[in-house]
Structures are given as structure tokens and as C-alpha cells.
Write a protein that binds this ligand. Sequence first.
Ligand code: ADP
Length: 462
Amino acid sequence: DSDALPNPEVITRLNAMFALPLERLQVIVKQIISDMKTGLERDGGAIKMLPSFVTKRPSGREHGSYLAIDFGGTNLRVCELVLNGHSSEPQLLQSKFQISDNVKTGSGAALFDFIAECVRSFFQTHHALDAHDWNSKRWQLGFTFSFPVDQISIKAGTLITWTKGFTATNVIDRDSVRLLEDAFERMNLNIEVTALVNDTTGTLISHAFQNPDTYAGVILGTGSNCAYVEKFANITKFRGPPPPPGTTEMLINMEWGGFDDAQVVIPRTKYDLLLDRNTPTPGCYTFEQLISGMYIGEIVRLVILDLARTGDVFAKATIVARSPLHKQYGFETSYMSRIERDHSFDLADVKALLEDDEFEIVGATLADRKIIKAVCEMVGLRSARLAAAGVCAVVTKMNKLNGCTVGIDGSLFEKYPHYPNRMRDAMREILGISSENISLEQAKDGSGQGAGLIAALAAEAA
Ligand code: ADP
């Protein structure tokens, strides 16, 4: 029955485009390691390898109350982290706010005002009943600003370029901490930013607080990136103020999203190229585009539209003009999760999604639904295999094949079915039996708790 079975030629053709066989993964891993080495020696490479100025991992003895802001993707979080040393578990209070497109693409001043506004709202929620004025004490805050930042100290750094669809004006090349503190002043908030942090370093530090064997932090959310522990002596390009005497290591924020922007190592499909052309910054962070939550749903959408054009799907179906399938980013990555989770014989939930819940596509056949699911599998699998290649490169570079933990935060790792196992399978292919020494663990509240901890470490050092 042609309505039930997808055309095998279509599946084969797509598979050939999206597959990443072991030999290709091995080339990718080698190239990442080579680019990491270059990036530690000089600026300007595809992987930026940004020094974080974080030179210590937590001991568990940290104490005090610190604020943290997590900004850099879909949501903004404001947290207060209360650390009691070894005597009790840390406490985390938090409020979450959605970041609108207006904030992402308006003026820089409006963007930082929005952040300050969120902090004020956090206080109103969590400290409204305080006996004395919460604003009478000077708070210390760790600011997670998850973009490529050229850091000149633990609490100062300039934005190199926006990513993830942000374009706010007058922020690039300015000190992000200064901009935030100015906004706090405009709002009469008594807060000092004592640490400027990337979500990857935050994730690493916060997971290391739970598990001291943690040597890398990975983000698989709106964007994708990784931080890891590097020997300080290897960071030969380092030119900041000298770190405290006795420093042996420093976390490096890789900014691996920019890997292979020259597009020579990873095979690109015409859909990847089309997606990239329609971003505000074509040619930038194209590795991230193949992996992260902001983009992979869009890749699936572009494939489906192309298959619909050639009659390989929806030949007998109608798609209303207002269907989100026709809109850029109209196919959310969470739908891929939902589709891959449907194991029913007739893909009943995929049918509900396509017809009723979202896309208003009438008359899709079971064969159509199977093709859509296969496309999600291919794009999701490619993402997991590339993330795995990145982790393999990092662990190899650190000489940690004999064992370490990688803390991973983000909706893809947490919510996308099979994603962790697909990563582990690819790591097994690449590293063989050694892969069993590497444990991939879900990091919880990574960037909030991490930024608070880094603020605490900075306070200890000061
Ligand atoms: P952050 O913005 O801090 O990275 P997340 O880790 O939640 O936050 O990542 C958000 C991204 O994850 C969005 O791009 C969204 O499309 C995607 N996403 C949200 N839910 C799911 C899901 N269930 N499966 C896969 N991707 C998801």
C-alpha cells in the first residue's frame, strides 16, 4: 500500500546526505583537536578557545549568598544561591522570564534594562516580606552571558559577536559588565557584578560542585558549546593580568559553535546552506547550526518543504497557507522530540501534530508521517553524533581517556528521546572501549548555580 510505505529511494537519498559514518567522525575529531591547539596559541581561529579567568574548581567549602543571572538563549533566569559550606545543601531561589524578539533585536540599552527589570522582579517575588530593605546590602552577582566574550578579567569582557539570533545594537566591543552595572544604576539596584561567566563554564563548575571528577561542561540547548579544564601552561596566547601564584589550570570556553565555519570537514546539505543564508550572520557558527535546538527543527522544516515541492511527501495532502510550516523557524525542535517519541503503529500522535495541533495539514498519509519521522531521526542523530565528536575531541585533548565526567545541560540532552544514547553510541564507535570511562551526566541548574559559585570563588580570591 503506497499510502502506508514511504518511497525507499527518498529515505536512501536523505540518509546519504545526513549520515556521518565513523571515518568522517574521526576526521572531525582530529580537526577539532588541531583547532583547539591552534586556538590556545593565537586569536582568530575557527574555535576561539576563550580564557575564562576561572582558575579554581569548587571545594564544597564555599559560603555566602550570591545572585546569578543566566542570559543567552530562550529564557532569562535570575537566581539567588545560598552556600553553607559543607554544613548543608546549597539553596537556590529563582525566577524565569522569557526573552522576547524585541529584546533580542532592539537596542542594547533596552536589552540591559530588561535584564535589570527581571532582577527587580525577582526581588519583589522572593524578598517582598524581608524585615529590612533588601536593597540596603550590596549584592555580589555572577553574570552568565552566553555569547563569545573576549574576557580581560574575571569581571570584565567585551562581546565579540552576537549568536543565536541576537542583534541588539551598541553591545559588540563593549564591556558587558559595565553595560549591566549601568542598567542596575539606572534602576537603583545595589548590585556589583563580580564574575562574568559563560554558561559552559557555569555548567562545569556547578557539576564539579556535585562531582569533583567533572572536567568539561557542555551545552546542548538553544545553542551548543563546551568548556573544559586546560593546563594553564598550554594557554600560550594568554595575555591578561597574571593569575594567582600557584595557578595550574584555567577553564577554557571553547566556543565550538564556530568549528568548521570554512565548511571543509563536515558535509553540508543544501538545507544547512539555506538555513545559514537566512540567519543574521551567514557563515558564522555553522557547527552550532547542525547541532542545537534553535536550528535543527528549522532544518527539518526545510527538508519537509522541499520534499513537499517535489511531491515526495504530502502529494495528496493540503497545507493551509497560514501553516507554521511556511514560516521560518515554524517547526520547533520540541516537535522532533514529540515525533520521535511516537512509537505507535500508525504514528497517531504525529498525525495529531500535523493535522490538528499545529500544522493544519489535511490528508497526510501514513507514508508521509513515516518520512517526516525518518527526517527527524536523521537530523537528530547527526546532531548527537557531532556533539559526541566534540566531547571525544575534548576528552582526548585533556588526556582523560582513563576517566572523567562531562556535565551536560540543555533541552536536547535532557528531553530529546534517545539523544544521550546516540551520543554514547557514537563515542563508543570513536573511542572504543575507553568511551566507557567517560560519563555523560545531566547537569541541573548548571548556569544559575555555576555563576553563583564562580562569584563565590571570585570573592574568596579577592
Ligand atoms: P537555553 O536557552 O538556556 O539553552 P534550553 O536548554 O531549554 O535553554 O534550550 C532551548 C532550546 O531547546 C530551544 O531551541 C527549543 O527549541 C529546544 N527544546 C525545547 N524543548 C525541547 C524538547 N522537548 N526536545 C528538543 N528540543 C527542545
